[in-house]
Design a protein around this ligand. Sequence first.
Ligand code: BES
Ligand code: MN
Ligand code: MN
Length: 456
Amino acid sequence: MQVIKQYIEENKQRLLDELFELLRFPSVSADPKYAPDVLNAADYVAKKLTDAGADKVEVCQTAGYPIVYGEKIIDASLPTVLVYGHYDVQPADPLELWKTPPFEPTIREGKIYARGACDDKGQFYMHIKAFELMMQTDGLPCNIKFMIEGEEEVGSNNLSIFVKANKERLKADVVLISDTSMISMEHPSLETGLRGLSYLEVEVTGPNRDLHSGVYGGAVANPATILAKMIASLHDEDNHITIPGFYDDVTELTQAEKDTLNSAPYDEAEYKQDLDVEELWGEKGYSTFERTGTRPTLEVNGIWGGYIGEGAKTVLPSKAHAKISMRLVPNQTSAQITKLFTDHLLKIAPKYVKVQVTPHHGGEPVVTPTDSIAYQAAQKAIAESFGKQPIPTRGGGSIPIVALFEAELGLKTVLMGFGLDSDALHSPNEKYDIFNYYKGIETIPLFHKYFAELSK
Ligand code: BES
Ligand code: MN
Ligand code: MN
């Protein structure tokens, strides 16, 4: 532990400078205009892996953005940890809400502000630096493989192809990912599950062209009104989702599981204050932790139609649109929920309009084991570096590839994230605390150490 702390102390500024360099690439995977930057970010990651001491580093081409691979096999008889992360980021919009530019990392009050600071550049880069540290201090106790992709934020479609085609190369004993949140630095925690996802787009068409809202208004249904009504009907008065069959495969937690989940520290007043809402909203009969971690939900991610420019235009639009996503929990499958949603929407569509539903990406939910050697290693590592036992929590976000690692490689995952929900992932002014960055670099070598020890 002393060796680790000393290495971080001696290299403090460089460890930060390198992350800043990575954050300066606007590697937005969703927007083709950033393609060269995404590719440059991949090359940078490959170079840094090589510099840190990895062998067989390769920028593996795919039909989309490349996957950066590297490994260090010190002894085939030792266990192998496969580290996963993503170098792509979400779009930075709306730009005008950023206090400092999203791709010019800036420190304020000990926090690094930049798109990707937490999700996931700041977090996966800790693994490369922790690896460097272990190499430099003769402390690598097991084999390690890195797979850092560039399409996580757009559904990881090419990664699934890569995984299926590279089963031998990716052989490992466990997957280790830092791309999730902790409760707080005072209350370190480990996420033990992720929700799945079904994402769809709905188009409602009324009349065959935009109409003068005075000439035709009153005689023809407005597709925006119809869409709003359809969407509003998807939750009942208790905020349960009304799609028939939606909850059929959902299992209730046991009382003991609920108790564990709800024993985590939570201050509702603070939660509301942080978001500036007077009341929380959610499915009746469930706590906030249960609602975000263990219950399926349905959200409108975007809704538009008609005139949304400056000033006023009296129009009865021909079309209205919405992007809708559902978070899924164990036993629900993305394909099944996508079908139920589509069937239901077509069924409730009134004759005044035509409705078209187009699926986007999806992903399956996962629950990670808490009785495995790897989970125990993460617990011990965090307990040592934070001086506190981590609390198990369920994450509300999705990393669809985790279910795929299990299905294709037979590997379980440990989600050892160091972000905070308040780090504004996907939002303007995303941040990552410098403290968390160094804490991660300190904790990761301990994970490897305990994983190797407990595997003996
Ligand atoms: N790192 C997040 C997921 C996450 C965040 C999990 C916080 C738990 C806590 C990941 O990059 C992400 O944003 N995933 C997307 C899904 C993806 C298919 C676009 C998500 O959850 O919306
Ligand atoms: Mn992420
Ligand atoms: Mn993300």
